[in-house]
Ligand binder design. Structure first.
Ligand code: ZN
Length: 99
C-alpha cells in the first residue's frame, strides 16, 4: 500500500525560492518573479522562465488536492508553504536586525 507520509527534510531555501510555484485557488504564482495568474498545470514560468521544481499551496490543502496536482506535476516536490514562509520571514528579520 502506498500513502502520503509527510517527511522532514533539510532543503536549500535559496534553491526553492528560484523554482517554486505557489498554487492558489484558480491559478498560481511564480515565487521567483512574483508573476501571478499562471495556469496551474504550467511547468515553467511564462514570465521569467523558471522551471517549477517545487510546488506549494497557498491555503491549507488535503491529500486529494495533492493527488490531483501530482498527476499534473509528477516530477515536482510538494512542500509545505508554511515551513518555507517561516524560514523566509526569519531570514528577512535577521537581515533587518543584522545578526
Ligand atoms: Zn517567474
Amino acid at each position: 500500500m502506498k500513502a502520503f507520509i509527510r517527511i522532514w527534510k533539510v532543503l536549500d531555501v535559496e534553491e526553492i525560492k528560484k523554482s517554486l510555484f505557489v498554487i492558489g485557488q484558480l491559478s498560481g504564482e511564480c515565487f521567483h518573479c512574483h508573476n501571478m495568474g499562471i495556469p496551474v498545470d504550467s511547468k515553467v514560468c511564462p514570465s521569467c522562465g523558471s522551471r517549477f521544481r517545487f510546488i506549494a499551496f497557498r491555503r491549507k490543502t488535503t491529500q486529494s488536492v495533492i493527488d490531483r496536482f501530482r498527476l499534473k506535476h509528477p516530477d515536482s516536490v510538494f512542500i509545505e508553504f508554511d515551513d518555507f514562509k517561516k524560514n523566509i520571514d526569519r531570514d528577512k528579520a535577521r537581515r533587518i536586525l543584522d545578526i
